[in-house]
Design a protein around this ligand. Structure first.
Ligand code: M6R
Length: 612
């Protein structure tokens, strides 16, 4: 979490950095700050609250200069106050930081004993003190950064300036994401936590690896190893995302835009992955062969939050179509339970950002035990993608809203493609069966367009129920994870308490919650569970619960018992989770709008959770 942006070059860096921070505000938004040199003098502006508060302050401060570094914060150590906001400065060394200094208490004690005084409660401030101490001990700026960082345990992505060397900007990385980029003009460099911050300025990026730092000066950028200072040769990647993709494009919120982008996003996920005959899946890009798929005897899926819900659906597909035993683990749990993994295990890490600390650590745990790693990521060049043996990119485009929407549906598409490819390799499905699922996938964007037409209906339902204090979501089988996802969406953006439950499990506890005040969302697709879910729905009605049912368009039976019914044009049993997801996203979205919450940046959350 936290976003950092830096600029060095001939233009005024302040608007560039502020623009970049705005694109990264989803990474944290409790305070923000920026530093630059005005006529060689260090100038810093910081503010509590969202970026707009900093913008207001900047209007009065009249700051302009280069280099400039900025930060948007998600507090870990120290409350969101102005003294705790970044940049932190000590003796002219200016630092913005994303990550956690794990040994900060002992380092702070050591520095205080040596006479250092601290002006914040943060772990970050330690870093500026350590660097300043090395400079005062006689090292040059880059060498001082290297020496200081060798003392730091934990994770960091850093932007660093030094008042006595106002033509140098240093970026350093260990465990937290950081990209460096070349500008259009000679001697122009950028750094940022994530690509959307740079899209308007640069397409040529370098992904810094752990333990690397970049020293940017007007005459060039040098990437070196932090430990020994040796220069590293880095590949320059060309980013294909369009800057427009990171704009709201007329929508009130990014989340709404991203919900409506799903038909296109799903088309992009499918692009190039279906054979010309439109009957088979082609996943050569992931770097695993059909022989590899035949050797796999077990799949372990690791993920957090929404991506974990995608994994739960993936388990169903992998087991029923490719007949591979599959476990799905919450990444933060997996790494601490000494899991049973061997060389024939395929570990699938699912992550939109590709930077989630728990998922990354789980991946490393599995890799250490010999598993082959396949990741399903949205962000190109992210840490999880780079540490995997193969990557299946979702190609959803930048997802800015903190609540994940199009990343989820495209993760599902990737998982189904994978299950079909594995099924083909393992001959667990006939060619005809595979062809029929491929046809379903190709038809999906059209069905998603149709389901989006239900938006006004969901807005009405949201208006009616937005004052409820709790919600229950019920479904069975493949759609049970969709109930979990619907509940997560609602709670994270509307702050209404919501629980997702397998409908058959309701009678073992949650049934006690049901009364006339509780809206109960029930997913009743026309599949093998239909009759059973209908019974569960009636159990809710018998206890005066207010049922909001989602079922196949034209269904009369469900309508008979439900307070509200939303008819969905279905996609077939295997693909229904995708079409049932979208209306739940819309229900959560409109509920949040009626409640007046901050839809794109809900309280306490951050888009990319890079701390444990
Ligand atoms: O980037 P990731 O997919 O690894 O993120 C995992 C979760 O943090 C994320 O899905 C989170 O639950 C979202 N806010 C859900 O909308």
């Amino acid at each position: 979490m936290c976003g950092i942006v830096g600029y060095l070059g001939p233009r005024d860096g302040v608007p560039v950095v502020m623009d970049g921070l705005q694109k990264l505000e989803y990474r944290g938004y409790d305070s923000a700050g920026i530093a630059t040199f005005v006529d060689g003098e260090l100038a810093i502006c910081r503010s509590v609250g969202k970026l707009r508060e900093l913008q207001k302050k900047l209007l009065q401060a009249d700051l302009a200069g280069s280099p400039a570094i900025g930060h948007t914060r998600w507090a870990t150590h120290g409350r969101p106050t102005e003294p705790n906001a970044h940049p932190h400065v000590y003796h002219g060394v200016v630092v913005v930081h994303n990550g956690i200094v794990e040994n900060y208490i002992s380092l702070r004690g050591e520095l205080e004993a040596a006479g250092h005084h601290f002006s914040s409660e943060t772990d970050t401030e330690i870093i500026s003190h350590l660097i300043a101490r090395e400079i005062e001990g006689g090292r040059d700026f880059p060498a001082a950064v290297r020496a200081a960082l060798s003392r730091v345990r934990g994770a960091f992505a850093l932007g660093i300036l030094y008042e006595q060397e106002p033509q140098t900007m240093i970026a350093a990385r260990k465990g937290s994401p950081l990209v460096a980029a070349y500008g259009e003009q000679q001697g122009e460099y950028y750094l940022a936590s994530d690509i959307p911050a740079l899209l308007a300025y640069s397409r040529e990026v370098i992904f810094l690896d752990d333990d690397e730092m970049a020293v940017c000066r007007p005459d060039g950028m040098v990437v070196m190893n932090i430990a020994d200072g040796r220069e590293c040769r880095k590949e320059i990647h060309r980013v294909t995302w369009d800057p427009i993709m990171a704009e709201k494009g007329g929508y009130k919120h990014f989340m709404l835009k991203e919900i409506f982008e799903q038909p296109q996003a799903v088309s992009n996920t499918l692009l190039g992955r279906v054979a010309e005959n439109r009957r088979q899946v082609e996943l050569h890009e992931v770097g695993f062969s059909h022989d590899d798929w035949r050797r796999v005897n077990r799949v372990v899926i690791l993920a957090c939050g929404t991506s974990w819900h995608a994994g739960l659906v993936g388990k169903f597909w992998l087991e029923s179509l490719a007949r591979i035993p599959t476990e799905v683990d919450i990444a933060s749990e997996f790494r601490y339970r000494d899991p049973l993994i061997d060389e024939q295990t395929l570990l699938i890490a699912i992550s939109q950002s590709g930077e989630t600390a728990d998922t990354l650590a789980g991946l490393q745990e599995g890799k250490g035990k010999g598993a082959k790693i396949l990741s399903i990521c949205n962000v190109m060049g992210s840490s999880i993608a780079r540490q995997s043996d193969g990557v299946l990119y979702t190609h959803a485009g930048p997802e800015i809203g903190v609540a994940s929407t199009k990343a989820f549906t495209t993760q599902l598409v990737c998982l189904l493609l994978l299950a079909l490819d594995m099924a083909a390799a393992r001959q667990t499905m006939t060619e005809e069966e595979i062809a029929s699922q491929v046809a379903g996938l190709l038809h999906l964007p059209l069905l998603l367009e149709k389901v989006l037409e239900l938006a006004p209906r969901l807005e009405k339902i949201a208006r009616r129920y937005h004052r409820a204090s709790d919600y229950l979501y019920l479904a069975r089988g493949l759609n049970y994870p969709i109930a979990l996802e619907g509940a997560l969406k609602l709670k994270e953006i509307s702050y209404i308490h919501a629980e997702g439950y397998p409908a058959g499990e309701m009678k073992h506890g949650p049934i006690a919650l049901i009364d006339e005040h509780l809206p109960v969302v029930v997913l009743v697709p026309h599949d093998r569970h239909y009759e059973k879910v209908l019974n569960n729905l009636q159990e809710v009605v018998a206890r005066d619960g207010r049922v909001i049912a989602f079922t196949a368009a034209g269904d009369r039976k469900v309508a008979e018992f439900s307070a509200e019914v939303v008819g969905i044009e279905e996609a077939g049993e295997l693909l229904n989770p995708l079409v049932y997801t979208v209306p739940l996203q819309l229900l959560a979205y409109y509920t949040a709008v009626f409640k007046g919450t901050d839809v794109d940046q809900p309280r306490n959350l951050a888009k990319s959770v890079t701390v444990e």
